[in-house]
Design a protein around this ligand. Structure first.
Ligand code: ZN
Length: 105
């Protein structure tokens, strides 16, 4: 059994567990039922997501990496005025200061 992720926020652990289980990887959450109570009693107590089978560990790590990527990365956009490629974190074009176009519905 391999621990591959841990967090004080058990919601974070369970979101990742659902992702791995959805891909057919058997997982186990340690400290799950304890965490609510012990958080009150002693402060920090982490829930840990564990993979049951060693052969699934690499695939599980890969899935968690892509999971993070989805939530934090914003895709680049093309300026409608000057056609420059602008990083997704910019709200205006770095070249001509045009505003980022709204996403099409
Ligand atoms: Zn521009």
């Amino acid at each position: 059994m391999h621990e591959i992720y841990s967090s004080l926020d058990s919601t974070e652990v369970h979101m990742r567990r659902a992702l791995l289980e959805g891909d057919g990887i058997a997982t186990f959450v340690r400290n799950d039922n304890l965490s609510q109570l012990t958080n009150v009693l002693i402060g920090a107590f982490q829930s840990a997501l564990c993979v049951m089978n060693d052969e699934d560990v690499d695939r599980a790590r890969e899935l968690l990496r892509s999971f993070k990527g989805v939530s934090t990365e914003v895709s680049d956009w093309i300026c409608s005025q000057c056609k420059e490629c602008v990083p997704g974190s910019f709200d205006t074009c770095w070249n001509c200061q045009s505003f980022k176009p709204e996403a099409q519905p």
